[in-house]
Design a binder for this molecule. Structure first.
Ligand code: NAD
Length: 463
């Protein structure tokens, strides 16, 4: 039976769009078609597949305005919508440049001169991707690019919160010979996401911890590997040796990128006592200088909270912290404007580790700050979490690396924030704790996780 799902506009609050997910038989048919296309796609070789991926970048450019308009409507923000499109093209080119080296097949001998092996990589036929709403385009494609270059077909189910970009992006894909036979995006909600788990051979799920648990359980019962890229509550540790203004710049950048709707946003800030006042003052000043883009989507750094339910979570976290003694140094409100919901850039002091704002994922432009005395204390506070996505340490470089090495997280930014994009061709990271599961999305491992490994072991028989 056909279902129609109304879609809310984050700037107006109005349901002004709708999606009609495929029913199960139609989805099964389309997934079977993608699977059928995989052998020819694999036969193109890495160079041929890379040519098709570069052709996708050109097709995206031809459909640029339609994709950009849809992303802006999906998310209510302009600059990061442009960045998503440019990022997609940049990551595609970067991955095409290293694909051959990443997937080079080894050969080798053994101590027995009559025994040798050839390593073969066998791509999964059909990879599933289920993705979230915070970066709709990038997060549905970041793993699809490596899966496609590895030789797999790919079925993607983007978030139902931000589905407007799907149609113009599919139009771009339809322009690319070969690729259109092995890549498709499907509108739908959790029901369609579950079917994608069933219909594919392996899956990358990017989203929340609770849904990740469901996805893993469903896949496990079918004996499938899933890669989970989940949430975080990333700490920043500011050491006494840090320049206060520099530290504040990093913290604020890390806390408000995409209005804080970022898995690896800085969500907890621990500042060593000697610079606590100076750093806090500067963070407050920088947060107060930020503008919301309420009147004009192109003006101001902060967009609306994309998902209305997320605004409720932010409101609740701030209220709970204040009720338990935290002090709002700036911001603190969810502002309704023209039907959309914006979170004021907010700084909280006097927070404690047991408050929701410190324990749970925040996903908004909120900076809770706590003082510490010793590095041991900072490491213990940073590690007092179920998550382990990434963390930042700011201060004297050698000391910051030493402290960062003791924090349980896959990405460790030293005197910076989320620069994985710059080194992601080769550097690898995996999530610690509840922030995810499975091999790295970055580096050469980002290709290898879509390949099954076959060792061809050859015994030379004397003639
Ligand atoms: P979500 O878990 O609610 O939804 C993610 C996707 O799962 C959506 O496409 C949804 O339709 C689908 N889904 C829902 N129920 C499902 C089910 N039972 N089976 C299969 N699919 C199902 O997450 P969200 O609210 O869209 O995204 C925000 C979360 O994503 C945050 O926790 C954030 O930290 C996380 N995230 C992680 C990364 C990362 O790389 N680690 C990146 C971005 C976002």
């Amino acid at each position: 039976m056909t279902r129609t799902i109304p879609i809310r506009n984050p700037r107006t609050g109005a349901d002004d769009y709708a999606i009609t997910p495929l029913d199960l038989p139609a989805l099964e048919k389309r997934c079977a078609e993608l699977r059928a296309g995989q052998a020819a796609w694999q036969a193109l070789g890495i160079e041929g597949r890379a040519r098709a991926m570069i052709a996708l970048c050109d097709a995206v450019d031809r459909n640029y305005q339609a994709i950009l308009d849809a992303l802006c409507a999906d998310t209510g923000r302009y600059d990061w919508s442009v960045n998503e499109i440019e990022g997609l093209k940049g990551i595609t080119r970067m991955r095409c440049a290293t694909a051959a080296e990443a997937m080079a097949e080894a050969t080798g001998g053994s101590s027995d001169p009559t025994l040798r092996f050839r390593q073969q990589y066998v791509p999964y036929e059909l990879v599933g991707i289920v993705s979230p709403w915070n970066y709709p385009l990038i997060l549905c494609m970041i793993d699809a690019i490596t899966a496609l270059l590895a030789g797999c077909a790919v079925a993607i189910k983007p978030s139902e919160v931000t589905p407007r970009f799907i149609r113009p992006f599919r139009a771009a894909i339809a322009e690319v010979e070969y690729l259109r036979d092995v890549l498709d995006l499907f509108e739908g909600d959790g029901e369609t996401g579950g079917w994608i788990v069933d219909l594919t051979d392996t899956l990358v799920f990017t989203g929340s911890v609770p849904t990740g648990r469901k996805v893993q359980a469903r896949a496990a019962s079918q004996f499938k590997t899933v890669f989970l890229e989940l949430g975080g509550s990333d700490p920043a540790v500011v050491l006494d040796s840090a320049d206060p203004d520099f530290a504040a710049e990093i913290v604020v950048r890390g806390a408000v990128e995409n209005s804080g709707q970022l898995c690896c946003a800085i969500e907890r800030v621990y500042v060593q006592r000697g610079v606590y006042d100076a750093v806090t003052d500067r963070i407050v000043a920088r947060m107060q200088a930020l503008q919301m883009n309420r009147q004009d989507i192109r003006q101001g750094e902060l967009g609306p909270i994309i998902f209305a339910r997320q605004a409720e979570i932010l409101r609740d976290q701030i209220a709970e912290a204040v009720a338990r003694g935290a002090k709002v140094l700036t911001g603190g409100r969810i502002v309704e404007s023209g039907g959309g919901l914006w979170c004021e850039p907010t700084v909280l002091a006097g927070v404690t580790q047991d408050m929701k704002v410190m324990r749970d994922e925040t996903f908004g432009p909120i900076v809770p700050i706590m003082a510490f005395d010793t590095e041991d204390e900072a490491v213990a506070l940073a590690n007092d979490t179920e998550f382990g996505l990434s963390a930042a340490v700011i201060g004297d470089e050698a000391k910051a690396i030493e402290v960062g090495s003791r924090i349980n997280a896959g990405g460790m930014w030293i005197n910076d924030f989320d620069t994985m994009g710059g080194v992601g061709a080769k550097a690898e990271k995996t999530a610690f704790g509840c922030s995810g599961l499975g091999g790295t999305r970055y580096g050469y491992g980002g290709f290898l996780r879509f390949l099954r490994k076959k060792a061809i072991v050859i015994r030379s028989v004397a003639a």
